[in-house]
Design a protein around this ligand. Structure first.
Ligand code: MSP
Length: 533
């Protein structure tokens, strides 16, 4: 994947705004975990970051869900939106804005935007006939349907026939400008496979799409014709704009777009690519507004090979998972184990075995045994060795560590979290091997104190560097490592303490100051067990 822009001092990114038809599942949590890791990495590098998440609360799907629970739609939305916010807290997600499409400010932004597109002459009334998937909130072409007119994404749901008067957006007007955008900015859609998918779709010729619905009132009325309700996507995408308003600002489009716009990265799942990479830029072109810099579509989490989804009813409860195993465990598993961009199957046996191998054994035990040895052989102090005194020729850890920061930064900027973890764990595993080979306990007996100190310094420093570079993924564990090494940096609170040059220092092998006091060894990650049921 081509790297995202890492030069700019500010970085604004979004997760999708999640439908509140039901509580979040692991699939929705996945996008947010990824976005949080990116945001944390950018903050680590000293960038000023705005991470936007939120909920998409209008439309038929939500209205029906509220009806099914026997409460009014707003109350339903309030309840479910709160379950998202609470899950983000449990998963240690540091978002800056939570955009809800039922917020009062949002209505004003949607209306301002609608007005601009209307005045451009890009909205007209016509008749819409076709098969509608309520779960996708989208009309489907006959050829896109599977057996018995079921939706190919929500395979357990039959599409519904609609024949009604709708307002349409002249998407077809933007065919050429979109093609030009994709050609001039090959990174606009990533990864490449998703870009190709969009290019193929656009090549077939863009058709205008309907942006209003009748017989549904859970949404904003069309300003010119209130018996129509604005289509949920024409409303929800604007949630990214409303999110930019400061709390004291008058809700106008102009105010909202005065900082942070254009968004640097819209992070989404592959099922909503068309909305973000085709409809959204066309809507913005029509409104004569700058376009986002990049749209990245990840794959699906599957369970037993099928997309995990609320409408499909095969979800895994992320609250249960995080309460059982902790936030770092869940974050690590999904970022390391699912190759970003590809589909990935969730499997609890694999989950437990990966975490035990990597976090409990390779990283946790390494820190523990090294602190134990440092206590015995160096009075619990960081050995008084300076990183520069160790030559790469004599020390494989320094050789591996010296440019690890650069390699991992590149992996993060390419959203290749698996690669970032793999690179870091090569160093961690080498530390374990290095200790076994060097046997500092023998050298200590032989009174080779300088050699013992160089070995222990190299290992402690490598563990520190690894923890630093892993902090966007496992911030709590990184904090625990830093704390035991006697270092004062809170990875959950970087905003106040992180000058730009911090990254340069901490991401460099050899940063660990000599003679610092280490804390007593304490296990940082427990051995996990599978639940017995
Ligand atoms: N409300 C729209 C988005 C509007 S953005 C202005 C929506 N909501 S959603 O709740 O259905 O999906 C939100 C995100 O979760 C999408 O990116 C979707 O791809 C992602 N996921 C939903 N199920 C998923 C998996 N099983 N696996 C990975 N991500 C999945 O679409």
């Amino acid at each position: 994947m081509n790297p995202i822009d890492c030069q700019k001092p500010t970085f604004a990114l979004t997760t999708p705004l999640y439908y509140v038809n039901a509580a979040p599942h692991l699939g929705s949590a996945y996008t947010t975990i990824v976005a949080d890791a990116i945001a944390r990495f950018k903050r680590l590098q000293g960038q000023s970051v705005l991470m936007i998440t939120g909920t998409d609360e209008h439309g038929q799907k939500i209205q029906r869900a509220a009806q099914a629970s026997g409460i009014n739609p707003q109350e339903h939305c309030d309840r479910v939106a709160a379950t998202f916010a609470s899950l983000w807290q449990k998963l240690n997600i540091q978002y800056d804005r939570f955009s809800r499409t039922t917020a009062t400010d949002h209505e004003k932004i949607v209306k301002d935007f609608f007005e601009r597109v209307w005045n451009k002459g890009d909205i007209y009334l016509d008749r819409q006939k076709g098969w509608y998937c309520v779960a996708c909130e989208e009309f489907k072409e006959e050829r896109e349907l599977i057996e018995d007119r079921h939706c190919a994404i929500h395979t357990n749901l039959q599409t519904e026939w609609r024949d009604e008067e709708n307002y349409f957006f002249r998407l077809s007007n933007y065919q050429q400008q979109l093609e030009q955008l994709y050609a001039e900015k090959p990174d606009f859609i990533q990864p490449q496979s998703r870009r190709n998918e969009v290019l193929n779709f656009v090549k077939q010729g863009l058709r205008d799409f309907s942006i209003s619905r009748v017989n549904i009132d859970w949404g904003f009325p069309i300003p010119k014709d209130p018996k129509h309700t604005i289509y949920v996507w024409f409303d929800a995408l604007l949630g990214y704009v409303t999110a930019l308003l400061d709390s004291q600002q008058e809700p106008t489009l102009e105010n909202a777009l005065s900082h942070w716009w254009p968004i640097d990265l819209h992070l989404i799942g592959k099922d909503i690519l068309r909305f973000h990479a085709v409809y959204w830029p066309a809507m913005l072109l029509s409104a004569e507004l700058p376009l986002p810099r990049q749209v990245v579509g990840h794959g699906f989490l599957t369970k037993d090979g099928k997309k995990m989804g609320k409408s499909s009813g095969n979800t895994v409860d992320p609250v249960e998972l995080v309460e059982r195993y902790g936030s770092d465990a869940v974050r690590y598993y999904f970022l390391k184990e699912i190759e970003f961009g590809q589909d990935g199957d969730y499997n609890e046996i694999r989950f437990v075995s990966v975490l035990n191998a990597d976090l409990a054994n390779d990283l946790g035990n390494l820190l523990n045994r090294t602190l134990g040895m440092t206590k015995k052989y160096c009075q619990g102090q960081v050995p008084s060795v300076r990183g520069e005194e160790i030559s790469t020729a004599e020390n494989t850890l320094k050789t591996l560590g010296i440019d690890l920061g650069d390699r991992v930064a590149q992996a993060y900027n390419s959203l290749d979290f698996t690669q970032a973890c793999e690179q870091i764990f090569i160093l961690i595993r080498s530390c374990n091997k290095f200790i076994d080979e060097q046997a500092p306990w023998l050298l200590y007996k032989q009174k080779k104190q300088t050699e013992v100190e160089k070995i222990l310094y190299a290992v402690l420093e490598s563990v520190r560097l690894s923890a630093y570079l892993l902090s966007p993924i496992i911030p709590n564990l990184s904090n625990a490592v830093y704390q035991q090494l006697g270092l004062d940096l809170d990875f959950n609170n970087l905003a106040s303490v992180n000058p730009r040059d911090n990254f340069e220092k901490h991401a460099q092998w050899g940063f660990l100051p000599a003679s610092g006091s280490l804390k007593p060894a304490k296990p940082i990650f427990p051995q996990l067990e599978l639940p017995s049921d």
